[in-house]
Design a protein around this ligand. Structure first.
Ligand code: PLP
Ligand code: LYS
Length: 441
């Protein structure tokens, strides 16, 4: 089986992550437990950043924190010199708690509220990525009322179809995000924004989708956006200083996935921008990107304890674990595939076919259908790999299951970064009917 990042197997046949024995981690923190290999996160971050540096391109690599949002990951991202993409007041609040450098925070979202936009101004963040006309009018009004400068990008849909799951493509014309380039919306937004008082229009943004393995869709998007920028230069003598090409770089969940290295995605898109800016004599814009999954996805592993087993003769054997769709909704939502291993028996042949089921009251709560595992008995620790992106951040309390604990592991040290939810946590917002009912007099 293929391991990720710093993962190894020790002489007890146990899985090691970030220099720590996964079985010890499971005993110390309990399961389900999400373990982040932070050295791998650092390596991925450097992979993107160094490629831009080598190519002599000014860039910002913003961690798209919807993939996994927490104070500690924001602190780590800041430490690595990343910028940050947030999509809600809640993510911005978390970033503020982590004291993330505000000038490197970019605020996304297709329906930001007036309150959220004001909050972004309060925090003096680096940039608001304006998604629609309502937002543009609100941002203009807030900036003028407060007499406060704000950098903005216009998010556009370039009409590029990326080859990925239909729910995670976003760059096509029929999308809820952004101003359409072809039907004139983007031009109209530009007219309303480029000389608005207190607003500094930096340039354009697009994000064509997620879990993309090819570079063509990215280079095509870069070309389409550069063409629009060049058109505005000709008509309005306006020069965009930033081109944000979003995230979406694919990772290897299973051996069917063949992602490129971060550097390869960056090189290809940067080459197009360099080439076009040279041939059109367009001042080279800064390139911003927003990787989420490719920074945290394969850095995360979820450890579960195996419980009940059920054989359906001639059909399949189910092994149930102490988590499931409540901590990883992706298999149920996107038919996402993962691989797993018996973390306390890594050297045994993983040649039995079993289905790993969760403990939620849903037949569809299956984490892996037809996983290849060693013999599993109750109490074994199962490791499901590549669960660092869009798992904890999309987790819920269905069936009132507490969300797992999350730890960072590096060079033999480990640290709790999100504590396990307790039953008290789960009921903290509930109000009892025994409380006094207020009567209006
Ligand atoms: C605007 C935007 N930027 C960045 C991302 C991050 O995408 P990924 O996690 O695939 O890199 C997303 C999510 O797809 C997004 O919507
Ligand atoms: N949540 C999705 C990706 C959405 C990306 C956000 N725009 C996933 O798990 O793959």
């Amino acid at each position: 089986m293929d391991l990720y990042g710093t993962q190894k197997v020790n002489d007890k046949g146990h899985l090691i992550i970030g220099g720590s024995d996964a079985i010890d981690l499971a005993h110390v923190y309990g399961t389900p437990l999400v373990v982040y290999d932070t050295a791998l996160f650092r390596m991925r971050a450097a992979g993107f950043q160094e490629t831009f540096k080598k190519m002599g391109i000014r860039a910002q690599v913003a961690y798209a924190s919807k993939a996994f949002s927490s104070i500690a990951i924001y602190e780590l991202a800041a430490e690595e010199g990343l910028s940050l993409d947030v999509v809600s007041g809640g993510e911005l609040f978390t970033a503020a708690k982590a004291d993330f450098p505000r000038e490197r925070i970019h605020f996304h979202g297709n329906n930001k509220s007036y309150m959220e936009l004001n909050y972004a101004f309060d925090e003096k963040i680096g940039c608001i990525v304006v998604d629609n006309f309502l937002e543009l009018s609100m941002v203009k009004e807030i900036a003028s009322t407060r007499k406060q400068q704000m950098n903005i990008l216009l998010r556009v849909t370039p009409g590029v179809e990326a080859h990925t799951h239909e729910f995670i493509t976003t760059g096509q014309e029929d999308s809820k995000f952004g101003f359409d380039l072809k039907n004139g919306q983007a031009d109209k937004a530009f007219e309303l924004a480029y000389d608005a008082p207190y607003l500094q229009l930096l340039g354009l943004h697009c994000h064509i989708g997620s879990q993309i393995f090819e570079t063509d869709a990215f280079t095509h998007a870069a070309q389409v956006l550069m063409e629009k920028m060049q058109a505005w230069k000709e008509t309005h003598s306006f020069v965009c200083t930033v081109l944000n090409l979003g995230g979406g770089f694919g990772i290897r969940y299973t051996e069917e996935d063949q992602p490129l290295e971060p550097s390869q995605y960056v090189e290809k898109m940067a080459e197009v921008v360099l080439e076009l800016s040279k041939s059109w004599n367009y001042p080279l814009p800064e390139i911003w990107i927003e990787p989420g999954r490719s920074l945290v996805g394969d850095a995360g592993t979820t450890l579960y304890t195996a419980g009940s087993e059920k054989e359906v003769p001639g059909v399949r054997t189910y092994i149930a674990v102490d988590g499931g769709m409540s901590d990883n909704i992706r298999p149920a939502l996107y038919d996402a595939n993962y691989t797993a291993a018996v973390a306390n028996r890594m050297t045994s042949p993983h040649d039995k076919t079993v289905t790993i089921a969760g403990k939620c009251c849903e037949s569809g709560d299956k984490l892996i259908v037809d996983a290849k595992l060693a013999d599993v008995t109750e109490g074994d620790i199962l490791a499901v790999f590549c669960t660092g992106a869009y798992t904890y951040s999309m987790a819920g309390n269905y069936n009132r299951l507490p969300r797992p604990a999350v730890i960072f592991a590096e060079e033999g040290h480990h640290q709790l970064v999100i504590r396990r939810e307790t039953y008290e946590d789960i009921t903290r917002l509930d109000l009892s009917l025994q409380q006094k009912v207020r009567k209006e007099s």
